[in-house]
Design a protein around this ligand. Structure first.
Ligand SMILES: [Zn+2]
Ligand SMILES: [Zn+2]
Length: 130
């Protein structure tokens, strides 16, 4: 009985992260699920997210304004982070060709699994609002 409840929470946490492309924080996931799981703790959310990251089911975009931003889309893609409002956007276009991985491998003698690309600046909303 207890175990079942445990895995239901686990699933709900993963679903919440994958349900949005806003790259949520653990706190956001916690607030979203709290009404359905009154005994949910922020610690449980953090622990499950850590496991999802280990298993490659969720990736981390980085820390924005002190909070880690999560991504349910684990296919490699570029991101834009707004320095003004903290919005994290997907840039659905290939900016760096795969050849760059083998180039870096050759030059530095490393094995590259993937690369991450993050642009920073001001988003459209913030540009309008000044
Ligand atoms: Zn912005
Ligand atoms: Zn993303």
């Amino acid at each position: 009985m207890k175990r079942q409840n445990f895995s239901r929470k686990r699933e709900a946490i993963l679903e919440a992260i994958c349900s949005t492309d806003t790259h949520p924080t653990a706190e956001w996931v916690y607030q979203k699920l709290k009404p359905d799981f009154p005994d949910l703790s922020l610690g449980t959310v953090y622990r499950n997210i850590a496991k999802f990251k280990e298993n490659g089911m969720v990736s981390s975009v980085g820390v924005v304004n002190g909070q880690e931003r999560l991504d349910g889309n684990t296919n490699p893609h570029a991101h834009f982070i707004c320095n003004s409002c903290g919005a994290v956007l997907d840039l659905k276009r290939e900016f760096l060709k795969e050849e760059i991985d083998s180039e870096v491998e050759k030059i530095f003698g490393l094995e590259i699994l993937y690369h991450e690309l993050v642009f920073r600046g001001k988003c459209k909303n913030c540009l309008v609002r000044h």
